[in-house]
Design a protein around this ligand. Structure first.
Ligand code: BDR
Ligand code: CA
Length: 302
């Protein structure tokens, strides 16, 4: 069983990725850390504290993280994920408490207890950069980082940049400069695999509570995508990333390389430029049937 720690800016697709992790016997979710991103960190944290008990996993510790990027002002994506980040679905408050320590300390504690763990980063890399800076021993303790972010082709926030890496490009640079083995699942993999609303509804989430939650959370997102791209559909960037962690064999195109972040205050800020090298692996494409079979596991959650 792979031991994982999930760092999340819990929006709609993060929630689905968390469901996949909890539904997969290959993964042992040790904890979650929250970070500013799709919505502010207070709301992200609230989302995670409500989501976990609703899926029967109120036992997993949650640590609150950074409220803003390393430099500059926070960027949010309420237009995509709804005002509360969960497609405006109101989950019950089961009163799950937050851990007393913050995200970097949570990362250190879990990594010391579980050397070699995988850190799955589904949002801006702010917490990861701060933790690596504060606690350099994490470079040895973390076995790998798998990060959803960046765009090699067209971005989703600007023509050049993807949301997670645009929201805190300096933090990406810190992670790139670390020694921790890194796999990046860029926006390109997500746009290559859109699902129409009909397709998602026909997948067979049935009457399961988790499946129903997935469908309910997506309703405002379908409307957003229709407005921007002209069809009612969804992309699954964070779920694709988690499905890849569950089974790397579903990747159909993986490139070795290096990334350089555009940090200057120009229209290209936040762009991730792919260069030759061997710093990381880029998962460019994932098999749709392989992904769907993992996604459908969430029916077995609740
Ligand atoms: C990424 O940005 C967020 O909106 C999603 O949750 C995903 O992590 C996609 O660009
Ligand atoms: Ca995310």
């Amino acid at each position: 069983m792979k031991k994982i720690l999930i760092d999340t800016d819990c929006g709609v697709d993060d929630a689905v990725a968390i469901m996949i992790a909890l539904a997969s016997s290959e993964l042992n979710v040790l904890g979650l850390t929250t970070v500013n991103g799709n919505v502010g960190v207070e709301q992200v944290t609230e989302n995670v504290l409500r989501l976990l008990p609703s899926l029967g996993r109120g036992d997993i510790p949650v640590f609150r993280g950074a409220s803003r990027p390393l430099i500059g002002q926070p960027h949010h994506a309420e237009g995509v994920h709804g005002r509360n980040g969960l497609g405006d679905v109101e989950l019950d408050d089961a009163g799950k408490p937050l851990e007393d320590t913050g995200a970097p300390e949570g990362m250190l504690r879990l990594a010391r207890e579980n050397p070699g763990l995988s850190l799955i980063a589904l949002g801006p890399l702010t917490n990861v950069a701060i933790a690596l800076n504060l606690y350099p021993e994490l470079e040895e303790l973390i076995g790998e980082i798998v990060s959803m972010g960046g765009a090699i082709g067209k971005g989703n926030v600007t023509p050049y940049a993807e949301f997670n890496y645009y929201a805190d490009p300096e933090s990406v640079q810190v992670v790139l400069e670390s020694k921790v083995p890194l796999t990046v699942v860029p926006w390109d993999a997500a746009v290559k695999m859109t699902h129409s609303e009909e397709e998602i509804c026909a997948l067979g989430f049935g009457d399961s509570k988790a499946g129903k939650l997935l469908l309910d959370m997506h309703r405002p997102l379908f409307s957003y995508i229709e407005k921007v791209y002209g069809n009612r559909a969804a992309m699954f960037p964070d779920p694709l990333t988690m499905a890849y962690v569950v089974n790397p064999n579903i990747a159909t195109q993986v490139l070795a390389g290096d990334l350089t972040m555009e940090l200057a205050d120009t229209p290209r800020r936040g762009a991730s430029v792919h260069r030759q090298g061997n710093r990381l692996e880029l998962v460019m494409e994932i098999d749709k049937a392989g992904f769907q079979s993992i996604l459908l596991r969430i029916r077995n959650l609740t």
